[in-house]
Design a protein around this ligand. Structure first.
Ligand SMILES: *Cc1c(COP(=O)(O)O)cnc(C)c1O
Length: 365
């Protein structure tokens, strides 16, 4: 028995996403790069590498991790690079995508040995949450003025456009790509490659993946570009759980159960985006509010149904705990960091990482 809390990555579930990605690459000709900001648990890169073309990054450390742990094609992007990091970034990358014309001009010479690109902002997105909306007013994410981009075309060979966000609606993707075409068409015609970013939930159930593939293929043909996708969440969705144990139960007008984890420390996005955790099967006559063990009053996973009354020592699996979860875990309250375990394709489970007091101590000085 592995001591809870731990994240459990199920390779057979990961494989289902990987097979959809491989199918899409095959049908569309697009390349797929894992977005490391969403998921960087490198112990499963050996499996993912077989189905994806490489990685994309948001920083020097991510691009280095992509190069060293994943290999294959390695894209560098960052909202801004510092003078002290650019040489190292370039040394790890096959392509570098600058966020602004200012950064492109500042580092054009230092990056002249590799392929260079620029992020465009089409000023439309599928995000409904302002915090995560790349097209929000005054967004710093990319250039949108054609007249400014035109003069630097001799320095770049492609573009990155990331404006989808948790988008499971193919028609909306199609419509926004149409808007991108009508707005940036003349520039796209001069490019050799275009990355359409992440945020497209094409590995989800019932997504029309064949229509999606056709649309990408047509886009690629119309503009003569190699298309890239940068799936983060779509690569790892539904592959991972957070395994926790009930430490205490109490009744304060509702039945409460306290577990050996914390949303603030181990599933931070739930708090940021005001979402409830998912627990399967969430059925039965007994309702409990599942609470974290940090001292934050609102450290609550949500209210769920159980077949039996919960008691100390019961185990609970919190679903969908890979994307934007493991990369954001932190030491708030000194809560024990979840270990990382992998369920192999043959069903055996092995622990690949455990954290202890010294990791907590070493995190500060
Ligand atoms: C966040 C991000 C991604 C990955 O997004 P998902 O929603 O996880 O697919 C890809 N590319 C860029 C530029 C991003 O900022």
């Amino acid at each position: 028995m592995i001591q809870t809390p731990y994240y459990l990555i199920d390779k057979s579930k990961l494989l289902q996403n990987m097979e959809k990605i491989a199918f899409l690459r095959e049908k569309s000709g697009a390349k797929a790069l894992l977005a490391l900001k969403c998921f960087a648990t490198w112990s499963v890169f050996d499996l993912m590498r077989e189905y994806m073309d490489g990685t994309t990054s948001s920083s020097l450390y991510e691009v280095r991790l992509g190069r060293e742990k994943f290999g294959k094609e390695t894209h560098a992007y960052s909202v801004a690079y510092g003078d002290n990091e650019i040489d190292e970034v370039v040394s790890h990358a096959d392509k570098i995508i600058f966020n602004s014309i200012g950064q492109l001009e500042r580092f054009a010479d230092k990056a002249s040995g590799i392929t260079r690109g620029l992020r465009l902002n089409p000023q439309v997105s599928s995000s409904s949450f302002d915090l995560a909306d790349p097209a929000r007013p005054f967004s710093r994410l990319g250039e949108w003025d054609l007249r400014k981009v035109e003069p630097v075309m001799d320095r770049i060979s492609g573009f990155m456009i990331h404006n989808n966000c948790e988008n499971s609606d193919f028609d909306l993707f199609d419509k926004m790509l149409g808007e991108i075409e009508s707005r940036f068409g003349p520039l796209l015609k001069r490019a050799e490659w275009v990355s359409l970013g992440g945020g497209i939930h094409f590995t989800g159930e019932n997504y029309p993946i064949e229509r999606f593939a056709e649309r990408l293929k047509k886009f690629s043909g119309d503009y003569g570009v190699q298309v890239y996708l940068e799936p983060g969440e779509a690569s790892i969705t539904k592959s991972t759980t957070l395994e926790v144990t009930v430490l205490d139960t109490l009744y304060n007008g509702k039945d409460l159960a306290i577990v050996d984890s914390s949303i603030e420390a181990h599933m931070l996005d739930l708090l940021i985006y005001r979402e409830k955790a998912k627990i399967a099967p969430n059925e039965g006559p007994h309702s409990y509010m599942i609470c974290g063990k940090s001292c934050l009053a609102g450290d609550v996973f949500g209210e769920f149904q159980f077949p039996q009354p919960l008691k100390i020592g019961d185990r609970i699996s919190v679903q969908d705990a890979a994307g934007y979860t493991m990369v954001k875990k932190n030491w708030f309250n000194g809560v024990k960091m979840p270990s990382i375990a992998i369920k192999e394709l043959d069903g055996s489970i092995r622990t690949v990482r455990e954290f202890d007091y010294s990791d907590f101590e070493q995190n500060l000085s």
